[in-house]
Design a protein around this ligand. Structure first.
Ligand code: AMP
Ligand code: ZN
Length: 467
């Protein structure tokens, strides 16, 4: 089955093939670093992580960008309130963001461009100049530069808004708007007292870029004018992504993005997350309450990205017990596989991968995993699962784990370790303790702790780091 994803642009599930065979250019809107990211942001990032990992599982090379929005109204307000330079204000939130990614086992993107980097600011200015020269942008009385939505016939096509109405909106001139059309958005904001010392020189005087042009410039600068996939949360569809299309396509004359993917907004305890509602969680809040990154990851990933996900403490508890089942199963398999004689084959069926091929149908994919756990646990109870079969299942789990990122202790025992174990058993039977200890150290060096029990040698993997 080909990969199929829902495209926000066409509102249809479509077959996906990247423009260049084998390589996916993926852009994902990143955090605005004025605060710790909240659990809703992480729904978006975990969904994008699953997407990336599944594309890689299917043998595609993913070149991924996630930007950091480190200049906008909120970051400027924050640094002004704290009385520190912008970069000093955003630095700890950038650092926290990367720590949170690790806690949730989210793979690092290939590029994390920061909007304030000189090369990106330069590209933003260049793009705005091109838009102005082509008649897609104009300078208003306040010195700011706006995109003229009336000049782009496709404006509104992503959000499926009535484009005529949007584009023919009333001409507004009052204190708030100095624009030709109420829907025109700022590409460049002229300097305002409230900006403090945050500003850059431009052909239109001192000012700063608008948020939308930041993403267009970083995307095109790093991935080129034609992306395969662009993701974000559903709140990004309008105006942010609509504006990105308009700016980018008017500059390059090329189709900016083939596939637009958006996740539904996360609800918490049945309603919108808000500090006032007492249901506003950062990842750190949840860690303090004793949940692990793995459990939060499970809770966020286990509902399909386009479906409503209501984040609750019961949901986290369910995630905890699901992971326990997975871990217990893995331990049982590993014990059984210790006496495997072959290397074990990969599972033949790929129903797990096929479920995800179908627009990341995670519920179906998890059902495959847990059905298999149920039946093979029964077989182990009945002693009818062979060590070689156990090893094959562990090999299969490795692939599953590379996509789900649950870090199940899925490392199966290699034939070399099996051999060391067998030699150690022989040495112990012959009471050659020195040799037995040497072999134990070799097994340790291969990543396993061996313990001698009544039933024989038992292996446990060396604990790995991570939250
Ligand atoms: P921001 O830091 O607000 O620019 O958001 C960063 C990313 O998180 C964007 O892709 C947003 O669409 C996404 N996002 C924000 N809130 C939520 C939420 N409650 N549920 C899912 N995604 C969200
Ligand atoms: Zn963006």
């Amino acid at each position: 089955m080909p990969l199929r994803f829902f495209n926000t642009l066409t509102r249809q599930v479509e077959d996906f093939t990247p423009r260049e065979a084998g390589k996916v250019r993926l852009y994902t809107c990143g955090p605005t670093v004025y605060n710790f990211a909240h659990i809703g942001n992480f729904r978006a990032y975990v969904f994008e992580d699953l997407l990336q990992r599944h594309l890689e599982y299917r043998g595609l090379k993913v070149d991924r960008v996630m930007n950091l929005t480190d200049v906008d109204d909120k970051t400027i307000r924050g640094c002004r309130t704290c009385g520190v330079p912008l970069a000093d204000f955003t630095a700890p939130f950038k650092k926290a963001f990367f720590e949170d990614l690790d806690t949730l086992r989210i793979k690092r993107a290939d590029h994390f461009p920061e909007a304030t980097a000189p090369e990106h600011i330069a590209r933003m200015i260049e793009m705005i100049s091109t838009l102005t020269a082509k008649g897609h942008a104009y300078r208003a009385e306040d010195g700011s530069v706006y995109f003229r939505i009336r000049s782009f016939a496709d404006y509104g096509k992503l959000a499926h808004f009535n484009t005529e109405e949007l584009r023919d909106g009333v001409r507004v001139r009052n204190d708030e708007y100095e624009k030709e059309n109420v829907g025109d958005f700022a590409l460049w904001k002229s300097y305002d007292e409230a900006d403090g010392d945050v500003s850059w020189e431009s052909p239109w005087g001192r000012g700063r870029p608008g948020w939308h042009i930041e993403c267009s410039a970083m995307a095109i600068g790093i991935l080129g004018p034609e992306l395969d996939i662009h993701c974000g949360g559903e709140d990004n569809i309008f105006p942010h992504h609509e504006a990105e299309i308009a700016q980018s396509e008017c500059v390059t004359g090329k189709k900016f993005v083939r596939l637009w993917m958006h996740c539904r907004h996360l609800q918490v305890e049945g309603s919108k997350m808000a500090k006032s509602a007492g249901n506003f969680f950062t990842l750190r809040d949840l860690m303090e309450k004793g949940w692990s990154g793995r459990e939060v990851r499970y809770a966020l990933i286990s509902v399909k990205y386009r479906e409503q996900l209501n984040f609750t403490l019961e949901g986290l508890a369910a995630a905890r017990s699901a992971l326990q089942r997975l871990d217990e199963w893995t331990t049982r398999l590993r014990e059984l596989a210790q006496s495997a004689s072959a290397e074990g084959s990969a599972e033949n069926s790929d129903s797990f991968g096929e479920a995800l091929d179908d627009d990341l149908n995670i519920s179906a994919a998890l059902a495959v995993v847990f059905d298999l756990i149920r039946t093979t646990n029964r077989h182990m109870d009945e002693s009818s699962l062979t060590p070689n079969e156990a090893l094959s299942l562990l090999n299969w789990l490795k692939g599953v784990n590379s996509v789900l990122g649950f870090d199940v202790e899925a490392e199966s025992i290699t034939p070399a370790v099996s051999d060391l174990l067998a030699r150690r058993a022989t040495a112990r039977a012959a009471k050659e303790w020195k040799s037995s200890d040497t072999l134990r150290d070799e097994i340790l060096a291969a990543g396993w702790v061996v313990k001698d029990t009544k039933e024989g040698q038992k292996l446990t993997p060396l604990p790995r780091g991570g939250g």
